[in-house]
Design a protein around this ligand. Sequence first.
Ligand code: PHB
Length: 392
Amino acid sequence: MRLSRIVGLAALALFSTAALSQTIKIGFITSYSGLNGNLGPYMERAVRLYIKEHQKDLPAGVKIELLIRDDTGPNPDKARQLAQELVVREKVDLLAGVIFTPNAMAMAPIATEAKVPFVIMNAGTSVITTRSPYIARVSFTLWQSSYPLGQWAAKKFKTAYSLVSDFGPGHDSEEAFIKSFTEGGGKMLGNVRVPLQNPDWAAYMQRVKDAKPDALMVFIPAGKTATAVMKNFSDLGLAQAGIKLIGPGDITTDEELPNMGDVALGVLTVHHYSAAADRPANKAFVAAWKKEYGASETPNFLSAASWDGTDMIFQAIKAQKGKLNPDKTMEIFKAYQNANSPRGPISIDPETRDIVQNEYLREVRRVGANVANVEIETVGTAVKDPWKQLKK
Ligand code: PHB
């Protein structure tokens, strides 16, 4: 073969792989240090597992590149700076992740200015999705869990007290619970907001004990804080005083149950995801997780949202054959549906770009050698964010 022909063929080969290969860059921001620093990996692992299992479904030559960044916990300045760098310097196609509301709020204007679709995989304050037309949320809102919780609680308890972390999702949880609990005939004996980091738990629990409510409704960010709540609730003797601990599922987050031990038994929560749910799609998800990360590892609600969010991103990539246009991506996100998510049927509400999902009443029970959030009743079907529904 003549040299010029070989060079020509080589050039053709190079050209065609270049034409066929397309890398989708996802700027993934979550917490690997600071408050909830142990939760970042629960999100990242779900994204990686989904990509590993479904890479084969992407158009030929399309690859995903994850650019992972640590926002160091609730730190809006850091999150803003990281998002800015990812958008300007790395030219990411999408932003995703984010545990904390203040961080998501700080990133919203960047998504809008740069027209970069932003998939929220945790942060749950209702208002967030109104801050940018480029946001779609696959996780939850606190109104979604705490509003049906209050409706249910009003049928079971005469009086309640609420204790929440003093930031966006805590305010939402408190407001939603008080509204539905009192509208259902319940009486609030008090409501207290505590600092997000290191509150004096014993002092707050004593105050609740003295008020003698039938139930204490708590919201704190999931993770180690939930275990501190359990420990102090138990140490101060609130259960013995006849007070029932209830809340959104953040207070009995699946990965912390082994650290909480028996004090969590009997705690009742409303939430959209439990690792113990026996839906076939959840069993497959949990089995794949254990196979990949070890038999003693369990996904949590942050993992479930990150898994579903990656599925939504894959739908957008497939529908656009690997070439993402931000506005088309948002249209695809708005039409997203999955009848078979690990948490049950889900969709995105096209009007609000917020998740629509079922809410389950769960009780912490011993199941074999483990302690688990056992789903006992579906208290809401295809629940849209009540905050947005009530505001209309
Ligand atoms: C939030 O900041 O929106 C947030 C953090 C932790 C949770 C729920 C919501 O468990």
